[in-house]
Design a protein around this ligand. Structure first.
Ligand SMILES: Nc1ncnc2c1ncn2[C@@H]1O[C@H](COP(=O)(O)O)[C@@H](OP(=O)(O)O)[C@H]1O
Ligand SMILES: [Mg+2]
Length: 263
């Protein structure tokens, strides 16, 4: 059902993507487009069948914050709006299902390329959209190889500490990519580490986290525990985190990242 909702949202996003796009500015200064809003409306229609609350980026921006119980969805209808506006294809539809604050399952779909990644208790999978169908479905599994280490980072939100971390951890290659596709690169074994030094919201990470966890990876906050959702008092913002192919690698990176906290 989450996959169907994401596919329907992707169709609307592509329709907008094919014509000249006009960006508006949200209250927090970040860009939003007609695609973000229309995609979210469609996803909410699909998820309404479940009767569960939905924490969704554009609804929250408009002041519609649901009362979250133990089970709810977290939605970013268009993650990587900056990449969407740059027309580089690196934007995604994200839907996660959470229980007791933990992302349990999720889907990340890149409309421009048709790549779809999903994961949950039954494992993690990737495929490619062919109309409404998904073809070439294959299981996802992280690749833990620690040397050479491949690191992924935000294309639009870098941080000075990243260069130093790359030196310390003997990183072979660093790849920049927009949006939650970074989690998917780890899930499919193309990279091992995604350290995030700049803020994100829960809807930017929940679906990618579910996919990565289902593929054998981890997403840890600075306390060394898996990231959790539903933090209304923090305005649903995540602090720094690290996503990695293994717990061991995540903890090694965290030890380095802690040196930069408040630096
Ligand atoms: N200061 C900030 N506070 C909260 N989230 C931020 C932020 N700066 C960037 N982000 C988030 O980072 C996302 C993009 O990630 P990346 O830089 O890895 O591509 C954006 O998603 P949207 O495009 O959905 O707004 C946005 O939510
Ligand atoms: Mg986002």
């Amino acid at each position: 059902m989450m996959n169907r909702a994401a596919i329907a949202a992707a169709e609307v996003i592509l329709e907008v993507y094919r014509r000249p796009v006009v960006a508006m500015e949200k209250a927090d200064g970040s860009p939003v487009t007609e695609a973000d809003q229309r995609a979210e409306t469609i996803i909410l229609e699909y998820l309404a069948e479940t009767g569960l609350p939905v924490l969704a980026e554009e609804s929250v921006a408009a002041g519609r914050i649901p009362e979250l119980g133990a089970r709810y969805f977290v939605v970013d209808p268009l993650d990587g709006t900056k990449e969407f506006l740059k027309r580089n294809g690196e934007f995604t539809v994200n839907i996660a299902y959470c229980e007791d604050g933990h992302p349990v399952s999720g889907v990340v779909l890149a409309p421009a390329t048709g790549e779809i990644y999903w994961g949950g208790p039954d494992g993690a999978f990737a495929g490619r959209l062919a109309g409404d169908a998904i073809e070439g479905v294959a299981p996802l599994q992280v690749a833990e190889a620690e040397h050479p280490l491949r690191i992924v980072a935000s294309r639009s939100h870098g941080h000075a500490a990243l260069a130093e971390l790359c030196d310390t951890l003997e990183v072979a290659e660093d790849v920049s990519v927009g949006s939650s596709l970074k989690f998917c690169l780890l899930a499919k074994g193309d990279a091992q580490l995604y350290p995030r030094f700049t803020p994100t919201s829960e809807w930017d990470t929940a679906a990618g986290q579910a996919v990565l966890q289902a593929a054998g990876g981890v997403v840890l906050g600075m306390d060394g525990l898996p990231l959790t959702c539903g933090h209304r008092d923090d305005k649903f913002l995540n602090a720094w985190f690290v996503a990695a192919a293994s717990q061991k690698l995540a903890l090694r990176a965290l030890a380095e990242m802690l040196r930069f906290v408040d630096a």
